[in-house]
Design a protein around this ligand. Structure first.
Ligand SMILES: Cc1cc2nc3c(=O)[nH]c(=O)nc-3n(C[C@H](O)[C@H](O)[C@H](O)COP(=O)(O)OP(=O)(O)OC[C@H]3O[C@@H](n4cnc5c(N)ncnc54)[C@H](O)[C@@H]3O)c2cc1C
Length: 490
């Protein structure tokens, strides 16, 4: 076996949705050596990739492709959340819903990230099979297609008819003007495969002599000399080593990026001291004020069996109404997430613009100890009202003639009690190391995604989003990674 690498120009930490893009883009320059370290399992070709089936989410109990964290969704509402832990990251195990953030979402970002400024990067990353115009891309690495109406599963077709029957507008392109309505979900699916950024970006770059990808390699600490980044400490097969570098790009995702920063001495000073960690930089925003989408389930029972064919994705059509997204999942979660123990199918009610902000905090100074993650969902009156409104709209759709003939709702209750009883999360966490201006004390990175106050340390993943977008974050994560790669190349 070749000696492990001990130095690189750039070390990318985390081979997930964002990290695979950064490693591929930065290694386009043959003069730059790039090392990508991924803590989960890897593979070298599409035929070896174990997570291609887009109809299921391989994140159930015991999955080696996911990390599970105990969380508190609201006071006294414990739950669990998962993150992808495999080359391709969460984007390799997710629902393959690939929708851009809307124009309104980017009004919360620094001006250099306005929709007008990010649109060229969205267009460049996508290969849209359904739209070919000035607002869509047709030649990028990420395939985008929508399920044709005649192939919709029975539940999706009935949901669509029910929403149109209730007077909601049709929205044929969810990557369009973001006006809302019912329409097909853009999917990053090609043929019968879920296409993660590992498949779209990294595998085609695999043979480059200046790119090294190490799976099963967990970065335990970033190393600094004063405020300069000088390397990382990584553990592979139980052996620790140091890799020297002048540039670390953190792409470990919105949980592990802040955890790694705090374990390395960058975080809220008092919290680091409480955990016995020597302070490199007092950065109060690390792990603070993240956002995600609360999701309330409306369970139902099917009257007879439902048609879902081999091509049915996890969710193929959704209704966006105001700040809500209503999702008819195409099968019970027991089928979608094997082993999840949730036999009843559900309509998901996602609140896509929310007041809730959560925190991630260490429970000790040791890498192996799990962080404490508090979401604080449904704490504002406005969020509770919106979620009740979502329950009411969803219940009405379930009782419509189109859906009512297929299924029987298991609850009709519209109340705060029912919100808490059926509360979950969409697994869209963002903003745990957010981007912002100098006057924002909670901002961890500047508009180029460099960590304020440090040299040679960049973050390129969903932790830098100022706030979770009002759509799923995957497409926006790829866009951010593309733009950060451009900044670093320049
Ligand atoms: C089950 C599930 C379903 C989802 N469904 C959708 C969907 O359909 N549509 C959508 O838009 N969004 C969805 N999301 C969210 C979306 O997938 C994520 O927001 C996005 O993939 C996050 O990208 P990221 O680069 O920030 O992090 P990730 O893709 O999570 O990548 C982080 C990577 O870093 C690695 N890592 C962590 N710590 C270390 C370390 N110390 N050393 C080395 N490597 C490390 C991890 O193993 C992981 O591979 C879903 C998420 C999940 C978990």
């Amino acid at each position: 076996m070749a000696d492990p690498i001990r130095a690189a120009d750039v070390v990318v930490v985390g081979g997930g949705s964002s990290g695979c893009v950064v490693a591929a883009r930065l290694s386009e320059n043959p003069a730059r050596s790039v090392l990508l370290l991924e803590s989960g399992p890897g593979y070298r070709s599409v035929s070896d990739c174990p997570v291609l089936d887009y109809r299921t989410l391989p994140v159930g109990p015991g999955s080696v492709f996911a990390e599970t964290y105990g969380v508190e969704l609201a006071p006294s509402v414990p739950s669990a959340m998962v993150r992808g832990h495999v080359l391709g990251g969460s984007g390799a195990v997710n629902g393959a819903y690939f929708v851009r953030g809307t124009e309104a979402d980017f009004r919360h970002w620094p001006a250099s990230w306005s929709y007008e400024n990010v649109l060229p990067a969205f267009r460049a990353l996508e290969r849209d099979a359904d739209f070919d115009d000035s607002r869509h891309g047709t030649t990028g690495p990420m395939p985008v297609r929508r399920q044709p109406a005649e192939r919709l599963s029975e539940i999706s077709a009935a949901f669509r008819a029910a929403a149109l029957g209730a007077g909601h507008p049709e929205e044929p392109d969810k990557n369009g003007d973001g006006a809302g309505g019912v329409g097909p979900v853009p999917l990053n699916v090609d043929g019968d495969r879920r296409v993660s950024t590992a498949v779209a970006y990294l595998l085609p770059a695999w043979g480059r002599p200046n790119l090294t990808v190490e799976a099963n390699s967990d970065v335990v600490r970033i190393l600094f000399s004063g405020n300069e980044t000088v390397g990382v400490e990584v553990e592979s097969d139980g052996v620790r080593r140091t890799v020297r570098t002048g540039r670390v790009v953190l792409a470990a995702g919105p949980v592990e990026t802040p955890v790694l920063l705090m374990l390395s001495g960058i975080g809220p000073a008092e919290h680091l001291m409480d955990n016995g960690i020597p302070i490199v930089l007092d950065a109060p925003g690390v792990g603070s004020e993240f956002s995600d989408h609360p999701e309330v389930a409306l369970p139902y029972r099917i009257r007879d069996s439902l048609r879902r064919d081999d091509t049915s994705p996890v969710v193929e059509t959704v209704l966006n109404v105001g700040d809500l997204e209503i999702r008819p999942y195409t099968a019970p979660f027991d089928v979608l997430v094997p082993g999840s123990g949730q036999p009843d199918p559900i309509l998901g009610i996602g609140l896509m613009v929310t007041d809730s902000r959560g925190d991630i905090r260490l429970t000790s100074g040791h890498r192996r100890d799990r962080p404490r993650i508090e979401y604080r969902y449904a704490q504002s009156a406005a969020d509770r009202r919106a979620l009740r409104e979502g329950q009411a709209i969803g219940s009405e759709l379930l009782r419509s003639p189109e859906l009512g003939s297929l299924l029987e709702p298991l609850t009709r209750e519209v109340s705060d009690r029912a919100v808490l009883a059926h509360l979950g999360t969409s697994l869209h966490m963002c903003g745990s190391c957010r981007m912002g201006g100098r006057d924002d004390v909670g901002a961890v990175v500047d508009e180029w995604c460099n960590v304020r106050g440090m040299e040679g340390l960049t973050i390129a993943d969903t932790s830098v989003f100022p706030v979770v977008p009002s759509r799923g974050p995957h497409a926006t994560a790829v866009m951010v990674a593309e733009r950060v790669s451009t900044f670093l190349r320049e």
